[in-house]
Design a protein around this ligand. Structure first.
Ligand code: NI
Length: 260
């Protein structure tokens, strides 16, 4: 069974201190486990650049570049940052803009600044005709409102935490939905319900490594090879074989990110 992890941060500094052999060993182990493709995700200019470098080093890795809502800087910096981002996104291994969106759980960045960076990156996605990867934490209403302003832009809601109703609405709007290790958590009623209503052609899986390690590794550092556990849980909930979920999520990721 080969798998596609649609969202990981393999260049995260934690791998150099908490994983023996660091990022390169992590990726080698991941390929050996059957996870053959990864979208490596940026959250700021610096690690978006690192994502591109990683993607050039490994054939199976692709880069997504973007400014996470918690990494948004000032109003005066936004145009310069968008310009830098656009240069990175012109790279042949850059396949998406993300992660971008809204995070109302952490209060460090004011909402108006988060909304500004989100909107500017949606405009960039429209200009470059690229898919986006959305981070939506406790901001479902405002995220929906923003994507509806850009009907030409499509993408994926990553580590989906919304309801089944929201999942249905996103599908109707032409979006993909990605589930992470949270779907394996024992009391995760909402994602367990949502993952069964998503049609087969819109489903993605991910780890969000090094965060959100699935059961039974909860609380430890996460890694792309654990995407198998999310695949197996979704298969169990949908009443199909894990191989089928592995196959459709691989096809869907290739379709969304325009990978041959
Ligand atoms: Ni992430």
């Amino acid at each position: 069974m080969t798998l596609f992890d649609s969202h990981a941060h393999c260049d995260d500094a934690r791998y150099n201190s908490e994983y023996e052999g660091g990022t390169d060993k992590l990726i080698k182990d991941c390929f050996e486990s059957g996870v053959v493709n990864i979208i490596n995700i940026g959250t700021c200019i610096e690690n978006s650049r690192a994502s591109i470098e990683l993607a050039h080093k490994y054939e199976g890795i692709y880069a997504s570049c973007g400014i996470h809502p918690c990494e948004a800087l000032g109003r005066d910096e936004v145009d310069g940052i968008i310009c830098e981002l656009e240069k990175l996104l012109r790279d042949e291994k850059a396949v998406a803009i993300g992660e971008i969106g809204l995070d109302y759980h952490w209060q460090d960045v004011p909402r108006d600044i988060q909304l500004l960076y989100f909107e500017k990156q949606m405009e960039l996605a429209k200009k470059l005709n690229m898919p986006v990867i959305i981070h939506d934490r406790e901001a479902h209403g405002d995220c929906l409102e923003m994507i509806k302003k850009f009907p030409e832009v499509k993408g994926v809601f990553h580590s989906f935490s919304g309801s089944s109703e929201m999942a249905r609405e996103l599908v109707k709007l032409g979006w993909y939905i990605s589930f992470s290790g949270t779907v394996t958590f024992k009391n995760a009623r909402v994602p367990k319900e949502a993952c069964v209503v998503v049609p087969s052609d819109r489903l993605l899986i991910e780890t969000d490594s090094p965060y959100l390690a699935p059961t039974p590794h909860r609380g430890t550092i996460n890694m792309p090879s654990y995407v198998r556990l999310t695949c197996e849980e979704i298969a169990r909930l949908r009443g199909v074989e894990p191989e089928e979920i592995a196959k459709i999520t691989m096809e869907n990721a290739k379709q969304l990110f325009k990978i041959k």
